[in-house]
Design a binder for this molecule. Sequence first.
Ligand code: FPP
Length: 242
Amino acid sequence: MSEQRSIPQHVAIIMDGNGRWAKQHGKERYEGHIAGVESVRRVLRAAATTGVRYLTLYAFSTENWGRPVAEVEAIMELFCKSVVGEAPELVKQGIRVQIIGERDRFSERVLEMIDKIESTTLKGDRLTLVLAFNYSARREIMLAMRSIAQRVACGELNVEDINEQVLSEHLMTRDIPDPDLIIRTSGECRLSNFLLWQASYAEFYFPETLWPDFDEQEFSKALEAYAKRERRYGLVIEDSKA
Ligand code: FPP
């Protein structure tokens, strides 16, 4: 396998275990999220250095609104602070930030920060950091179907022309390639409404490590595990090497 193919183009991460980490350290849950931002920094740096082109992080699911108000506010605050604090460094490193998710429930301030980070980093061409923020894969697919149905209803699209590519083009990830590797930290082995359509042929990696303890070495172990996988896409081995 060539060096090029053994490095995933797109890594997506479910950053899990902040709450358990906080409990283990006798801290409040929000402190686990603060420590989680440090891991984001480390992994982003490691991904950019290794040649990964897209890094998607599940920062806040639509279901997360059901958490205690103080915790939700702490995560929103962390997002805003990170945007203000990190923007110059992201620009310097050539990192573009794209946010996927629904924007309807965010405060004015969060919306402002989303616009700010997306516009200031727009020209970054080294790595795209995709933040899934108020994201739900089922809602993403439902919204895509709704907009396809609208296009059919107004005669813009024929039913016979609906195919997988058309559906992909109506998702929030329309400009982003499917993930090659999905990591979920903390030993949990499920997708939790994350990139359900896009994950069809992704490789999965489930380390026991809690997200705040996930570092460059852990990231590199994940890439090593990925490099050993044989991706067949439903073909037989000889065909996949063709
Ligand atoms: C899951 O751990 C983590 C989250 C729901 C939030 C992740 C958010 C951050 C790392 C900070 C904000 C991100 C950015 C990019 C500014 P959990 O709380 O479910 O942990 P537990 O399962 O141990 O309770």
